[in-house]
Design a protein around this ligand. Sequence first.
Ligand code: AMP
Ligand code: ZN
Length: 463
Amino acid sequence: MLKIYNTLSRTKEEFKPLDEKCVRMYSCGPTVYNYAHIGNMRTYVFMDIFRRILKYDGYKIKGVMNITDVGHLLSDGDDGEDKMEKASREQKKTPMEIAEFYTKVFFEDLAKLNIGRPEIIAKATDHIEDMEKYVQALVEKGYGYEIDDGIYFDISKFPEYGKLSRLNLEDQQAGARVEVNSQKKGPYDFALWKKAEPNHIMQWPSPWGMGYPGWHIECSTMSRKYLGDVFDIHTGGVDHIPVHHENEIAQSEALVGKKTVNYWVHGEFMLVNNGKMSKSLGNTYTISQLNDMGYAPVIFRYFCLNAHYRKKLNFTFDGMDAAKVSYARLLSSLYQHKMSQQATAPEVIEKYKKDFEDAINDDLNVPLALGVLWSMLKEPKSKDIFNLALEFDKVLGLNLKDAKEDLAEANKDIPEDILALAEERLQAKKNKDYAKADALRNEVKEKGYSILDSKDGYKVVKD
Ligand code: AMP
Ligand code: ZN
């Protein structure tokens, strides 16, 4: 039985889907105005792990992810320029070109990280009419009101506002941290729809003149459209708890008249050198940049999986180097199991399987599940263990079928001069100088060693 930590109740709860067979899940997707950075990617690795565990547990999933290509302002609230418009101005491209380019790169990055694509990808600009209808319905129900610059949600009509982040509005209002728009009825009222200035690039006709949707209404509209009034799971990063998801709850529950999401699940942040990741600090690495620096995407995935999704994860290159070494060891140990002809007692296999399943079903405890994998690899070499590891990899997504020998490790006790000859032979072979290659092989043989070729290089063994 899967248990999952629900941000709403602040407790681990038993997971019971509305429909026993198919889990309905919504995940906040990227705002496609720039390259997604490794922090964003950590959140999608978490989403992927969650989806894989549900599938491992036998569920089908109807997952929706939005692509935000309008309405996300620089502040996450109602202030600042639209991120898409800013990028469009700076890069001298239309917002649509910007969105297309970064959406494509985003999905390429997901694929490199073995992150499965949710079943439905919903682009905000394809749903403008749906959003307008949603806003109109809120206005008709008395939750929305019009002022000069847009339509706003009246949070005084929704007393439960703040329940996800346990925000105490009275304390906050006393602190007056929220900029007050003089026409707004309350400082926490937020925009459902914004009226556009004539020079605003993205604008659509609406009952309130030309304008564009607020960011939060996108998720309420698209989740309801594809998943219905009430669905099982909503995911996102922890930064979304206080504004974006609080506003989503207000809109959705106001419209539908009841609780619309049963489990709110949030992934913690990735830090860089224990601090914030930001463009101005130059530490917002992308998956491609890491790859160019010698860290394959799977290493980043492995790095992420070593921390629980509800713990902050500090990104450092030392950490990545350690992940690289550890991952090579993992593959090399698996390789020895793969090559073995021995079997393991079924009860031993069952025990590891159960331990693994208990770990993943305890609030997606993947670090603990990796611990089970490592313990299992210490057992006497056996093909059964390799096969069970492949089963685990349905959840881990670490390309474990690529198990291969760690040649550097295998060759570590071979004298330097012998390795130099073996290396020279490999080069001769690459240059198709087979006579030289054979001569070098014989020379090594005379010194008492044999060269064993493999697809990744060679291993030298003492005769
Ligand atoms: P955005 O494109 O800004 O809407 O962000 C996409 C996703 O990445 C959201 O779910 C954010 O919560 C998440 N996110 C942003 N920064 C980080 C970070 N440093 N660590 C983890 N997740 C992040
Ligand atoms: Zn969202």
